[in-house]
Design a protein around this ligand. Structure first.
Ligand code: ACO
Length: 427
């Protein structure tokens, strides 16, 4: 059987044979299909990229129908159980798990760059105390673009590696700057002798007395970072690639990715879930909310996914992690509401017929809240984990000879050409 697609253009009666490779046809092959020589050729129309592959990638594999997620071939369940965030970040960026020597070097390279330039702290201090942490977070990465002008040399591999170390290391420190500013407390210097999540927790929660994170909470946060580390071509990652395709520096590209993540339909959903559960308040109020959702008046936050149509494997792991965290912190009173909401939704034909299941954000907020994070920090926590994936995808983009500046086409349906009307002659 030839790997080709035969198309008959009924407008002209002409037949075309297009090669199929890796389950796809090249959209540019359609341009030969014309009704007249000066016609620009056939395009595909795909708002929101529902069925368009914009790159070939070796990083993350998702089978949405069967709830499969793999980073570089390793199942997410195994990485969540046995790996750490730093090791997973290495795997995503370099393609292989590090050896003992490489892992030690990697920890040292990140640990040496945990401190951020003083200007970032000054920038954070210039915001109102109640500024949203994601707004402060994304502007800090824009500032880092100006503070590290060497990062413009994106064709130079050692320079790119340096920026990757800096960005991974800066993520928790920038987040801590925003948190400490918002809570009116002085900044705590990072401590590279601690684990990646342990240092982050210490920068946030050290008070008048030294702070030692509970090992279960430290591990739970690391697992959450692993679960969020990459998810192939989602909205923020395609933004990282789209902005990066103009050959800007990775800080500017990451500011764009963070901005995309901020939205309530993407990383902002974890904050939205907690606000929704708080608003529901009790199991008896759930049927009323379900009715509002079914009437199209609101969405059930933390439900549904563009790719997962059976279950989100990350949500299952998060549910187990929640049990471990609640054993230490005491249960979150909103857990009962969340469990009942999930049960009621999954028995309802509205959700079943649309294949809407809890996603990664449905339970993560309950864990974060039990650990002491305010809801406004939840999306920042997501962003810290996703930094690994953004950097891996950016590295792949920069090395991909097939990539060019991202530039979608459009179907114009505005006014036909017309002549300018002077102001005094307009009705
Ligand atoms: N609550 C109620 N109905 C929903 C929901 C939801 N959470 N999600 C989708 N639907 C319905 C839509 O109304 C639509 O119904 P219709 O066919 O009757 O019009 C149908 O399901 C398909 O929805 P789409 O919007 O076409 O699905 P899409 O793939 O574009 O959206 C998304 C995916 C954005 C995640 C959506 O499910 C959603 O808004 N969920 C809530 C927000 C959320 O949890 N986002 C986090 C996603 S995970 C992440 O980014 C980390």
């Amino acid at each position: 059987m030839p790997d080709t697609l035969t198309i008959t253009d009924n407008r002209t009666g002409k037949r075309y044979e297009l090669p199929i490779s890796e389950g796809a046809i090249r959209a540019t092959d359609l341009r030969q299909i014309k009704v007249a020589p000066d016609d620009g050729g056939l395009m595909t129309y795909d708002p929101a990229f529902m069925n368009t592959a914009a790159c070939r990638s070796r990083i993350t594999f998702i089978d949405g129908d069967n709830g499969v997620l793999e980073y570089r071939g390793y199942p997410i369940e195994q990485l969540a159980e046995r790996s750490t965030f730093l090791e997973t970040a290495y795997l995503l960026i370099f393609g292989e798990l590090p050896t003992v020597t490489q892992a030690a070097e990697w920890k040292q390279q990140i640990g040496a760059r945990l401190a951020v330039p003083e200007a970032v702290r000054g920038l954070t201090a210039s915001f109102a105390r109640d500024a949203h942490p994601m707004g402060m977070y994304l502007s800090a990465f824009g500032a880092l673009s100006a503070l590290y002008p060497d990062s413009k040399r994106i064709a130079d591999e050692p320079t790119r590696r340096l920026q990757q170390h800096r960005l991974l290391a800066a993520a928790p420190t920038v987040a801590a700057c925003g948190y400490r500013h918002g809570t009116g407390r002085p900044f705590i210097e990072p401590d590279p002798s601690l684990s990646f999540p342990g240092n982050f927790l210490a920068m946030l929660f050290t008070g008048d007395r030294p702070y030692t994170p509970h090992p279960v909470l430290e591990r739970a946060l690391d697992v959450l970072f692993v679960l969020h580390a990459d998810h192939e071509q989602n909205c923020s990652t395609s933004t990282m690639r789209g902005v990066g395709s103009s050959h800007t520096d990775p800080y500017a590209a990451m500011a764009g990715a963070v901005a995309a993540l901020y939205g309530p339909l993407h990383g902002g959903a974890n904050e939205g879930v907690l606000r929704m559960l708080t608003e529901i308040g009790s199991v008896s109020a759930i049927p009323g909310i379900i009715e509002q959702v079914k009437a199209g008046k609101r969405r059930l936050m933390g439900f549904g996914h563009r790719v997962y149509k059976s279950y989100d494997p990350r949500a299952l792991i998060i549910k187990q992690t929640a049990d471990q965290v609640f054993a230490v912190t005491g249960t979150n009173p909103l857990l009962d509401v969340a469990l009942a909401l999930e049960r009621i939704a999954l028995e309802d034909d509205y959700f079943v017929s649309r294949r809407l299941y809890p996603n990664v954000d449905f339970y993560s907020g309950l864990i974060y809240q039990a650990m002491g994070f305010p809801a406004s920090m939840f999306t920042v926590l997501f962003a810290i984990g996703r930094t690994a994936g953004w950097l891996a995808q950016w590295e792949e983009l920069v090395n991909d000879a097939e990539q060019k500046i991202a530039r979608p086409r459009q179907i114009y349906f505005g006014s036909a050409r017309r002549d300018f009307v002077p102001l005094e002659q307009r009705g």
